[in-house]
Design a protein around this ligand. Structure first.
Ligand SMILES: Cc1ncc(COP(=O)(O)O)c(C=O)c1O
Length: 432
């Protein structure tokens, strides 16, 4: 859902448009001549953000947990309780229902799907692999790796439009009620990837309470940006786990999170939370693939973050580094494209992305023109299942990794490409 200037045909005459296109062509040629090499493709923390957690590497001390367990040894499949306690409130999962695992929540989402395909989930009648077909609802725009994972494991994807409050719940309720093939939905409930949407309380309530044709329906609740605020307001969402339990659907949510964008993206800790029955099921499945997670790394995280306040303080340091980059995107886009009718964009209050909407049929061309100028963007369409944005109008901007001057240069260059492709399209429309 894009908030901002609606994409409209602002320019009026063919002569004006022709002049604008000539201007944009000259600017684009000059841009290409600069020989830039800028990358806005992936939502990665910058080296300076990673430096914030450098202390993790300096840690020395006894590898013993609060209860006296020697963490150098095998075991402890649930993960370190003291680390789970730090994240319990922010992930809205009681400590005893929260597991701490390896470094990637995406791996846990993969495992959850594989475990459900190859073993009956609580409340289910048969393994998902034994169904003729299974499907997941995919709010769009969404996270490309959710879609890639679904495709890889043979899960049919059904797009559902996003609104300012989360997925369009009228559509979701209808589809889950009438189609038993629909076994799940992908959700990024806070500062969603890529449009920064925060699910409204009513959306979460409806997800928790809606009747589903599949008795083993699951909400894959990827709370990747639970503590990743860009403003001083720590936005809260409704508690899905509690609401599901309250509505008699305790086993519906699978909750995921990680420290990938808190400490080290390549050396953090991932979390899985759910109902008691699902946790028993999960542990039985995961016990076959691991004798226990990297508890030494989990202990390092406990020593580094200390408690929930320490975590929040650490996230404020991240915000101080990345907020200026989000502000720069907003400033350059407003200056270069504001009022042109060629683009609108999101102004997220957290997370890692900004969504740019360009006129229909232009996103791929804009990304291609940017590539010619040495500006790498996430492929257009990546925000949709099967890489197909039917309107071809969405571009995901990931401003966290490059340094501020590079962000400014890349967005200014992107704006030139939008002006060029957009005016060409308007001219074509005018000429019929
Ligand atoms: C919504 C979302 N989920 C999960 C991930 C990846 O998480 P992890 O590093 O824990 O595998 C990302 C990374 O960009 C993301 O945007």
């Amino acid at each position: 859902m894009i908030r901002g200037i609606p994409v409209t045909d602002a320019a009026s005459t063919v002569d004006e448009l022709t002049a604008q296109r000539e201007h944009a062509m000259t600017d684009h040629a000059a841009l290409v001549a600069l020989g830039l090499k800028l990358d806005l493709t992936r939502g990665k923390p910058s080296p300076r953000q990673l430096d914030l957690a450098e202390e993790l590497l300096d840690w020395h001390g006894a590898a013993v947990s609060e209860d006296g367990t020697d963490l150098r040894n095998y075991g402890g499949l649930q993960g370190l309780p003291e680390l789970r306690a730090i994240f319990s409130a922010d992930l809205q999962v009681p400590v005893e229902q929260l597991l701490a695992a390896g470094n990637s929540s995406l791996e846990l989402m993969h495992d959850a799907l594989v475990f459900a395909l190859l073993g009956v989930v609580p409340g289910g009648e048969r393994r998902w692999v034994d169904e003729p077909e299974i499907a997941f609802l995919c709010p769009v725009p969404g996270y490309d790796r959710h879609f890639a994972l679904s495709e890889r494991l043979g899960v049919k994807m059904i797009p559902v439009p996003m609104t300012a409050d989360g997925p369009d719940m009228d559509v979701v309720e209808r589809l889950v009620a009438e189609d038993p093939r629909v076994k799940g939905i992908w959700c990024v409930p806070k500062y969603s990837n890529p449009d920064g949407t925060v699910y409204a309380e009513q959306t979460v309530r409806r997800l928790a309470s809606m009747p589903t044709a599949a008795p083993d329906f699951r909400i894959f609740w990827d709370n990747a940006y639970a503590v990743h605020h860009l403003t001083d307001e720590s936005v809260q969402i409704a508690d899905l786990l509690a609401l599901c339990a309250g509505h008699g659907n305790p086993d519906r949510p699978f909750i995921f999170g990680s420290t990938s964008k808190i400490t080290f993206a390549g050396g953090g800790v991932a979390f899985f939370g759910s109902s008691p029955a699902n946790i028993v099921w999960w542990l039985a499945s995961t016990a076959k693939r691991s004798i226990g997670p990297d508890k030494i790394n989990q202990l390092r995280h406990v020593r580094f973050l200390r408690d929930a306040d320490g975590l929040h303080e650490h996230m404020r340091r991240h915000a101080a580094l990345i907020r200026p980059k989000f502000d720069a995107v907003e400033k350059v886009l407003s200056a270069e494209l504001g009022g042109t009718g060629l683009a609108s964009w999101t102004s997220p209050a957290g997370g890692y992305f900004i969504s740019l909407q360009v006129p229909e049929g232009c996103a791929r061309e804009v990304v291609a023109k940017a590539k010619q100028a040495g500006i790498a963007l996430t492929p257009a369409g990546a925000t949709h299942p099967y890489g197909n944005d039917p309107a071809d109008c969405l571009i995901r901007i990931a401003p966290t990794y490059p340094e501020l001057p590079e962000v400014e240069a890349a967005i200014a260059g992107l704006a030139v490409c939008v002006r060029l492709v957009g005016t060409e399209k308007l001219l074509r429309d005018h000429q019929g």
